[in-house]
Structures are given as C-alpha cells and as structure tokens.
Design a protein around this ligand. Structure first.
Ligand SMILES: Cc1cc2nc3c(=O)[nH]c(=O)nc-3n(C[C@H](O)[C@H](O)[C@H](O)COP(=O)(O)OP(=O)(O)OC[C@H]3O[C@@H](n4cnc5c(N)ncnc54)[C@H](O)[C@@H]3O)c2cc1C
Length: 389
C-alpha cells in the first residue's frame, strides 16, 4: 500500500499568498505542508509594483522581513504614483518627507523567492516542482495527489494557487465570470530613455472605447516593466488585441514614443488574469479556505493583488490556528476568516469595483476626478497610512 503523508494543514501554492500563510503558521509553531508546481526562483507575469498591503503584511509577518526588503538592492522604491486619465488629467499620490515610499518595484522572480526563502524549514514540509493534480474529499480529511504520485491527507487545505485555482474549482465549485476579472499583458524592456524622475510610477487610463490601464514601472536592474490590460469581458467583446494595442501605444503615445524609441524588448509579451470576484463567490467550505488570487482579492481598479494576497494569508493562518485548537475544520468554524476578510477589505475592494465600472464613462469619470482631484490627493495620505506601514 502507498504511504500517505498526514498533516493538519496543506497549502497549495507558494506565491506571496501561500508563502505568507506558511510564515504566519510557522510563527504559531504549526507544522504544515506547502506545495508548488514551480521550483523557486520562478517568474510570474505581473506589473511588479508593490504598495499598501504588501508593506503592511511584511511588517506583520516580521519586522526584519520589512527591513530586509528595504535594504535589498533588488528592490526599488518611490514616493510618487502618477495616475493620468485621458492624457489631460493627472492625479498624484505622494508620500511625505518622513515616510519611505508609496510604491516599490520588485521583479516577481526576486520578490517571490525573497519570501519563499523565509518559509520555515522546521514547520513547513516543502513539495516544490510538484503540481497538485487531484483533490478528494474523505471522511477524515482531503486527499491531495501530486504529479509525482505523492499523497497527502490534510485536515485542512489552503487554496493559494492563484487565478486558476484547482481548490476554487474542485472544492468551492466556483466559476469566475469574465466581468469579474481583468486580462493583462506585460513585458520587460531595457534601454528606455527619459524615464520620469525619482522612479515615479506612471499609471495611465487610455480609452479604447473601454478603459485600458497602462503601467510603466522602473526596476532595480535598469529594465522597465510595461503592462496593459482591462476587464476581460470588455476586451473579449470588442475583440481588442492587447499586443497590437500596446505596441501601438509604445510607438505613438506622446508619453511613450520617445522613451521607447531605442528600447530593446527583453522578454516576450506574456498574458495572465487578475481575478477580482471578492464577495461574489465562496472562499470557505468544510476543510478549505481560499487566499489571494484564488479568493479574487485583487483590487479591481489599481490591481494590487500581491499585498492583499499576503494579508489574506495572515488572516487565514490566524483562523486555522483556532481550528486546530478546537479540532474543528468545518465551514462554520471558518466563518471567522470570511468575516475578517470582509472587515479588512470590504470598503476598499467594493469601492474599487465601483470605480472600475464608473471609469467606463470617460467624460463623466474625468469630470468627477477633476472636481475631486484636490480632495483625493489630500485624503489618500490617510488611506495609505492606514493600509500600509
Ligand atoms: C500582468 C499583470 C500585472 C499585475 N501587476 C500587479 C502589480 O503591479 N502589483 C500587484 O500587487 N499585483 C499585480 N498583479 C496581480 C498579482 O500578480 C496577483 O494578484 C498575485 O500574484 C497573487 O498572488 P497569489 O500568491 O495569490 O497567486 P500567484 O502569485 O499566482 O501564486 C500561485 C502559486 O500557485 C502555484 N500553483 C498553481 N496551481 C498549482 C497546483 N495545481 N499545484 C501546485 N501549485 C500550484 C503557482 O505555481 C504559483 O506559484 C498583476 C497581475 C498580472 C497578470
């Protein structure tokens, strides 16, 4: 008979959400398994911008994690994010002199590895380079089968397996509508000239019947991450080819054309999804919960998904500790996690859903932002401080 590894908790996915869950469990001395189909360092299609919750989560996990992050030469920091709407309106989110930054740039190949290296060797049994291929509900737990034939029986599963989560599909039976996700493409460039000073983040809403979000982020190695995307249903309906669009933008847009004139593409265009079905689908059930992209926790408007994912991992681990003490892994017991997620994210993520919907109405949206520009810039300080470091 095949031997089966038995554990209280098994995390599927060691991206930022899974790694944060694991680190928080280790703080409570909870032994667990963590699986990832990839071997780290591994890349992940992303804009590579870290804001708000990424800082908050790192500080909550371990002050030294945050200070190591600040010290690392692989990561770059800036005190300003510029949001340009429709080429003629600019809203700036700036940090004060006494605070370090409002945005950091970290290639995911480096940042995710930075987190994975801090996963405990004492409390976490790691299965990397090994995909979870099936999940079977059994009386005494959930049986996870890995690609190489390994079997793990867990009392509780954390679905930290991203936008196409097997845990969300198989256990929560979720199916995510195209209205609740964005499609983005991104690529790295070198030789970009005349970048905005002080590593300021450039975020542009460019209208192509529907709003497309265009990001240009500088990186510590001198390369630049460029990405473009929008709501999946709108892109599909209008048959928008994101690669054609972004190449056109880089050649013709007044902001980009001189910058990218002599630039060299260092990677292919890569596309992926950003799910934001927060509050619309199941994130808990008997013996499982979902974190990060698997739970649809990315911000629909400005696409923060790394930080919200890490924060959800911390909240998940805190509830799991109570489940272990009570030896109760029922949906009812896991309701606390759902409540804490709502408490932490509800206002912000709901607002981001409405903002994205409203952004579709180009003139109305720009007029509204013009009227409230000063208030938004002033009030954003408080929002940033409360939700970051
Ligand atoms: C183009 C683009 C730009 C973005 N820009 C930003 C940005 O600038 N800032 C930001 O905060 N967010 C951004 N996001 C969103 C961000 O990338 C995600 O929200 C974030 O990666 C979520 O982290 P996660 O740990 O939940 O999932 P992931 O990072 O996707 O990690 C999931 C992990 O699970 C593993 N996995 C999946 N299936 C299995 C399986 N069956 N078995 C074992 N392992 C499995 C994967 O290998 C992976 O390591 C962007 C997304 C895209 C697509």
């Amino acid at each position: 008979m095949d031997s089966i590894i038995k554990t209280d908790v098994c995390i599927i996915g060691a991206g930022p959400s899974g790694a944060a869950t694991s680190m928080q469990l280790a703080k409570s001395k909870i032994t667990h398994c963590i699986i990832d189909k990839a071997v780290f360092p591994r890349d992940k299609t992303c804009g590579d911008g870290l804001i708000l919750y990424a800082y908050k989560a790192m500080k909550l996990l371990d002050e030294s994690l945050f200070t190591d992050f600040l010290k690392s030469p692989k990561f770059l920091h800036s005190k300003t994010i510029n949001l340009h709407i429709n080429n003629n309106l600019k809203v700036s989110f700036k940090e004060t002199e006494d605070r370090e930054m409002v945005i950091s740039y970290a290639k995911r190949i480096d940042f995710d590895n930075f987190l994975v290296e801090r996963i405990s060797n004492t409390y976490a049994q790691k299965f990397f380079g090994n995909r979870a291929v099936s999940l079977q509900e059994q009386e005494n737990g959930i049986l996870i089968k890995l690609k190489d034939g390994t079997k793990i029986l867990a009392k509780m599963i954390v679905g930290a397996d991203g936008a196409q989560s097997i845990v969300s599909k198989k256990l929560a039976k979720n199916k995510i509508e195209n209205t609740l996700k964005s499609t983005f493409i991104s690529a790295y460039f070198s030789g970009v000239e005349n970048m905005v000073a002080n590593y300021e983040a450039e975020v542009r809403i460019i209208y192509k019947k529907v709003p497309l979000f265009f990001y240009v982020f500088p990186l510590a190695d001198g390369q630049v991450n460029v990405s473009l995307g929008g709501r999946t249903d709108q892109i599909t309906k209008l048959n928008i080819n994101l690669i054609d669009e972004i190449e056109h933008i880089l050649k013709t847009h007044p902001f980009a054309k001189n910058m990218f004139k002599n630039a060299k593409m260092e990677s292919k265009w890569r596309g992926w999804l950003i799910p934001f079905q927060f509050d619309k689908q199941k994130i808990i059930g008997n013996r499982f919960l979902l974190v990060g992209d698997a739970a649809g926790l990315a911000n629909a408007f400005y696409k923060e998904g790394v930080g919200t994912g890490m924060m959800s991992g911390i909240l998940a681990a805190n509830t799991i500790e109570k489940c272990i003490i009570a030896n109760d892994f029922s949906q009812k017991k896991l309701t606390e996690y759902k409540k804490n997620i709502q408490k932490e994210f509800k206002k912000l993520l709901r607002f981001s859903h409405y903002a994205l919907r409203f952004a579709r109405f180009k003139s109305l949206f720009s007029n509204m932002v013009t009227v409230f520009k000063k208030t938004i810039e002033r009030k954003s300080f408080k929002l940033i401080k409360n939700r970051s470091y």
